[in-house]
Ligand binder design. Sequence first.
Ligand SMILES: *Cc1c(COP(=O)(O)O)cnc(C)c1O
Length: 333
Amino acid sequence: MQPTLADIHAAANTIRGIADATPLVPSPFMSECAGAEFLLKLENMQPIGAFKLRGALNAVAGVGDAAGVTCCSTGNHGRGVAYAARARGMRAVVCMSELVPQAKVDGIRALGAEVHIKGRSQDDALAQSLRLVREEGLVEISPFDDPLVIAGQGTIGLEILSARPDVTTLLVPLSGGGLAAGVALAAKAINPGIRVVGITMDRGAAMYESIRAGKPVEVEEVASLADSLGGGIGLNNRLSFAMCRDLLDEVVLVSEDEIYHAMQVLYYEDRIVAEGACVVGLAAVLNGKVTLDGPSATIVTGRNLDMPTFTRIVTGQDVDLGDVTVKGKPYVS
Ligand SMILES: *Cc1c(COP(=O)(O)O)cnc(C)c1O
């Protein structure tokens, strides 16, 4: 059931020409701070603006002659499934609740998916997705707990290690763990000595708490500048929990203040516009939470951010997250 290195090589063939071969570039500023060469894998340059296209393409290719695919993510996974299904000429239905902002609905529709709006919660949207599975024979694609999705995300690990076999540490943004599981599986199969560190925010860190508890647990979902890292791992998690528990050397947490500053660093020093989720690896290094002993890489996972919030961050203004305010601070190199 768990994917293998062979599955990741197969995924690389499946996604070739659509979602592969993003640049791996050095960050001179981060290299200087870390005292070791620091590389950025630019998944923000994917056609949907995020790495999730890899897993989605591999999963869509794997459903065979099903009537189509469905999911209920309004974020990067939903975009990935929509784009992948269109690329394969397959029907995709993305289910969401009435509470999802119109901009997200329009974004998914623009990528060619049907949108079904049901109820007032994520659970109602999920129920609709499951109904489509039962009644119309669609296949549901999980954002992280699916062997084909994990193998697809793992192709990032293959690409980093084939470009730079000398990398000693990989810093991987962590939420449901599909990305970290796939990348760690590929990297450790090629170089068992490599260190793979999962990094996430300290507000609502579901995988971190689950690994500590020894089983999947629920955490309260709270707003974060790293919004793509929010959400649970599922109490019935089948794959990504065990893989992250067994393959990650460590899981490190960073604060909202640290994410805020690291977004400024990536913007001003590397001139990259990227989501809060992308900078957790930089934040961990800049705050001494991870020390590097050789060439290291992190994954700039996506660029689909809320531009008004981003503008506030790069101009040093406060950001109101609802229950807390992240205090603004102008960037000083
Ligand atoms: C989904 C996502 C992640 C985390 O991936 P998981 O497989 O859920 O751990 C990180 N960054 C971005 C931009 C994402 O969309």
